[in-house]
Design a protein around this ligand. Structure first.
Ligand SMILES: Nc1nc2c(c(=O)[nH]1)N[C@H]1C(S)=C(S)[C@@H](COP(=O)(O)OP(=O)(O)OC[C@H]3O[C@@H](n4cnc5c(=O)[nH]c(N)nc54)[C@H](O)[C@@H]3O)O[C@H]1N2
Ligand SMILES: Nc1nc2c(c(=O)[nH]1)N[C@H]1C(S)=C(S)[C@@H](COP(=O)(O)OP(=O)(O)OC[C@H]3O[C@@H](n4cnc5c(=O)[nH]c(N)nc54)[C@H](O)[C@@H]3O)O[C@H]1N2
Ligand SMILES: [Mo]
Length: 777
């Protein structure tokens, strides 16, 4: 055995060791009381069935370069070439794209989580490289939180993540909060993960503390175990997407029974009168009463009324997972939740208000102590191209060059994309309606992908550049919402001929004439040390002492918590003195009516929270043909699509297919039994999944994780069956609304039936067909 080396991932810190026969072993770091089992999947890192060993060029592209037929992408073998050839071809493609259509024709949004290290972060690398190359069309916002990212600044005058950090600590909740009302629960599985790294997982212990505090937990949502059983929450199984209606009806009860907090509303909010007009029906003749909502949500009106009274009685926290806004009109449930909290008057009091991002936030690591400094990152010189698209409008951008799209009060024009460069993300996992993306993806002349593994995205590229994984690099990790800084040593040798993203971009920059500006003359190791020095300096300015790099590198992960000051909450300061600490909204207050949004004039997002029936939900006409609502959630067994081939993810699959949970009644009417393979379909596509029958899922709903590698049975068929079970084979690719244009992954109706045919083999379990350059003439 060699000595185990420390590495860091978005789901925890581990020690990695290699036995003489090459097998890997992974041990969680001793500082972590509840390590994530996902770490065990790291043993698959050197799996030759999934790793990309050598640079590879699609056959037609190898022959014809940018003149190759782009519609053959994903249907031809790859030619394995040496690095010089691959980098020459990629540099040529970049030059050609820039010369024909300008830098705006290069799409470099490259959304994705990549790995955890600060220097080797793929997005930082690709963006810096493309900026120095003259720029690229960028993306804004995230698949996680787009609707809130655009809405919350209008309502609260602050960044949505800053607002999410106003979350009370576990201790404040246990001391001051009488009741938490969750819309969609607080899935503990999601607390395994933290962007940038997580030194320890205190979550389960905090849950026990919450449980012991005598808090009344209420969970309104379609899936019972979204709330950890340890909380023993009362479950109100509503239809998915009825949350905004329920919140408006709760408001209706508060208003009609005079239970709303007049003093709070008068002093701290604007526009309550406009909202109240809508809620009571004075505006449109439709009172948003409990009876009205009961029909939409399929829960008893009396239960809504009783809940409103309970919420008004004592300190109450409203909890929302991000998932709620990953839906058509996702802005509305989030806005309505803040309006409801304002009417209750608990905003800015300890243990009250709104907690956004429940699973990841409720037992979060920070507990009010956020890093008061920036961790060093690769410098970004600035993007000379000003054009951008909302991140989830990817397909539309490729489909409609020159077309326009509304976004947050602006009209954006889609640039004509000639070349896509992706590093550190997997759009053929994360984007909605993958069959539609596959068609649009065949428009640009060139697609370059830096990847570790043969993901669907790599298979759909022209130029595939094999990248090292985090455990194969020296770096350090640190998340913005974590209080640990972790050294990463090279725990494994790079697989095959894989290179760091940095080395790949340095090689391209050299060919394109800006090597010196890209590298600044530093080796990777020198950059890591430089970023550490920046971190040390930034920390020192905030009064926090960090060791020199050599000591840090040789030592254990650093827990900064004892040195972190308690962060004041903007909303508490605002509550204390709204004149001295106004919010940065036009009114200085919480905007329950936003003139700004109203003046955008969007028919799908008016000036106050409102109910809009989504196109796809159980209450829509479409449900007659497709009567099941498919909710796709974050996977318990992996990070998105990463290490889908690892042991933890694989063990949960059913005959190799992604599990799908459904209610016993829905299964029975379709003759489905536990362990069967189901074909899930709608007009957009079809997928195979393994059936798990569970009464934790409300009738009419199916619950399935994202991230199984998309595996179309026949890549020549634009509507092909996905034989592996990626929910985005059937999800709908529409914006949340004209305001945010966020992803609406959860607004998806389907039908399911038993799949009795012979089970098609998985092609993602082996590399695509590869040929040697020597055999081509
Ligand atoms: N239907 C549905 N779709 C969803 C969601 C949902 O709830 N439902 N959730 C959405 C959300 S919230 C998110 S955040 C996205 C996540 O979407 P992504 O962030 O795209 O998902 P990942 O699987 O993390 O993709 C990261 C990719 O980077 C690669 N990688 C890792 N390290 C490196 C590196 O160092 N260099 C390079 N070049 N590559 C590297 C990995 O192999 C992997 O393929 O998915 C979204 N999609
Ligand atoms: N293990 C693990 N943890 C992760 C990740 C991962 O990939 N793996 N990804 C991370 C990322 S990128 C993100 S953005 C976060 C955030 O993740 P979130 O978006 O907060 O969580 P999800 O798991 O997508 O969804 C939570 C639950 O919301 C419920 N839900 C969906 N729609 C509705 C609705 O209309 N009404 C109600 N009431 N409930 C609904 C679903 O049943 C679902 O289980 O998680 C992070 N945590
Ligand atoms: Mo996310």
């Amino acid at each position: 055995m060699t000595r185990a080396r420390p590495t860091a991932t978005h789901w925890g810190n581990y020690l990695v060791d290699t036995a003489a026969d090459g097998t890997l072993s992974v041990t969680p770091h001793g500082d972590d009381p509840h390590p994530s089992p996902i770490g065990r999947s790291l043993t698959a890192l050197h799996d030759p069935a999934h790793r990309i060993a050598r640079p590879a060029i699609r056959l037609g592209y190898y022959r014809d370069r940018a003149a190759a037929d782009p519609t053959l992408r994903g249907r031809e073998p790859f030619v394995e070439v040496d690095w010089n050839t691959a980098l020459d071809i990629a540099a040529d493609a970049l030059r050609t794209a820039r010369a024909t259509a300008g830098n705006r024709a290069i799409y470099g949004g490259s959304y994705g989580w990549a790995g955890a290290g600060r220097f080797h972060h793929a997005q930082g690398q690709v963006h810096r490289f493309l900026q120095l190359f003259g720029g690229y069309t960028a993306s804004v916002d995230t698949y996680s939180f787009a609707a809130a990212e655009v809405l919350i600044p209008h309502v609260l005058g602050m960044n949505a993540y800053v607002a999410a950090r106003q979350a009370p600590s576990t201790e404040e909740i246990t001391r001051h909060c009488a009741r938490i009302v969750f819309f969609g629960g607080a899935p503990q599985r999601n607390t395994q993960v933290n962007p940038g790294g997580v030194g320890a997982h205190p979550g389960p212990g905090r849950l026990t503390a919450l449980r012991g505090a005598g808090i009344d937990f209420i969970h309104i949502g379609p899936v019972r175990d979204d709330c950890d059983p340890a909380l023993d929450a009362r479950w109100i199984p509503c239809r998915p997407h009825s949350d905004a209606a329920i919140m408006l009806a709760l408001l209706h009860t508060l208003i009609t029974e005079g239970l709303h907090d007049h003093a709070f509303l008068d002093r701290y909010t604007t526009g309550f009168d406009r909202l109240a007009e809508y809620v009571t029906g004075r505006g449109d003749g439709v009172p948003k009463s409990p009876e009205w909502a009961a029909e939409l949500a399929e829960i008893p009106a009396d239960e809504i009324r009783a809940l409103a009274r309970l919420m008004a009685r004592e300190r109450c926290l409203i909890g929302l997972p991000y998932a709620l806004q990953r839906a058509e009109h996702g802005e509305q449930s989030y806005w309505a939740a803040w309006a409801l909290a304002a009417a209750l008057g608990h905003i800015g009091l300890p243990g009250g208000g709104v907690l956004m991002g429940t699973g990841i936030g409720m037992t979060n690591n920070m507990q009010r102590r956020y890093l008061p400094f920036e961790i060093g990152g690769l410098p970004q010189p600035g993007n000379p191209v000003a054009e951008f698209v909302p991140v989830a409008r990817l397909t539309e951008m490729l489909e409609r060059p020159g077309g326009t799209v509304d976004y947050n009060g602006r009209v954006l024009t889609y640039p004509p994309i000639d070349l896509i460069y992706w590093a550190g993300g997997n759009p053929f996992h994360h984007h909605q309606d993958l069959n539609r993306l596959r068609r649009a993806w065949s428009r640009p002349r060139t697609v370059i992908v830096n990847e570790i593994s043969w993901t669907a995205t790599a298979r759909l590229a022209d130029i595939v550049l094999p990248t090292t994984a985090g455990a194969e690099r020296e770096d350090f990790a640190g998340g913005r919402t974590d209080h640990w800084l972790t050294p990463m040593r090279r725990a494994l040798e790079p697989y095959g001929q894989a290179r760091d993203d940095y080395a790949i971009f340095a090689g391209l920059a050299e060919r394109l004439g800006f090597a010196e500006r890209f590298t600044e003359g530093r080796t990777a190791r020198q950059w890591v040390e430089q970023l550490w020095r920046t971190t040390v300096d930034n920390a020192a300015a905030a009064g926090i002492r960090l060791p020199e790099y050599a000591d840090f590198r040789a030592g254990a992960p650093l827990d900064l918590r004892p040195q972190l000051p308690e962060s004041p909450h903007t909303l508490e300061q605002f509550r204390d003195d709204p004149q001295r600490h106004p919010l940065r909204t036009p009114s200085g207050r919480i905007e329950l009516f936003s003139r700004t949004i109203a003046e955008f004039g969007y028919p799908d997002c008016p000036g106050h929270p409102a109910w809009f029936p989504p196109r796809e939900w159980l209450g829509s006409p479409a449900a007659q043909r497709f009567p099941l609502h498919l909710l796709s959630h974050q996977p318990a067994t992996r990070l998105h699509s990463q290490l889908d081939h690892g042991v933890i993810s694989r063990e949960a699959k059913i005959r190799g297919r992604e599990p799908l949970r459904m209610n016993p009644a829905d299964a029975a009417t379709r003759g489905l039994r536990d362990g069967d393979i189901a074909r899930v379909h709608n007009d957009r596509g079809a997928l195979l999944a393994g059936v798990r029958i569970s009464d934790a899922v409300r009738p009419g709903v199916m619950h399935m994780a994202t991230g199984a590698w998309y595996d179309p049975l026949n890549p020549s068929d634009p509507e092909s069956l996905d034989v592996h079970g990626n929910p985005n084979s059937v999800t709908n690719d529409i914006g949340t609304s004209s305001l945010a244009q966020g992803p609406s992954a959860n607004s998806c109706l389907v039908e399911a039936e038993r799949y009795d045919g012979e089970l098609p083999p998985l092609s993602v379990g082996t590399p695509p067909p590869l040929v040697d350059a020597g055999s081509i003439r």
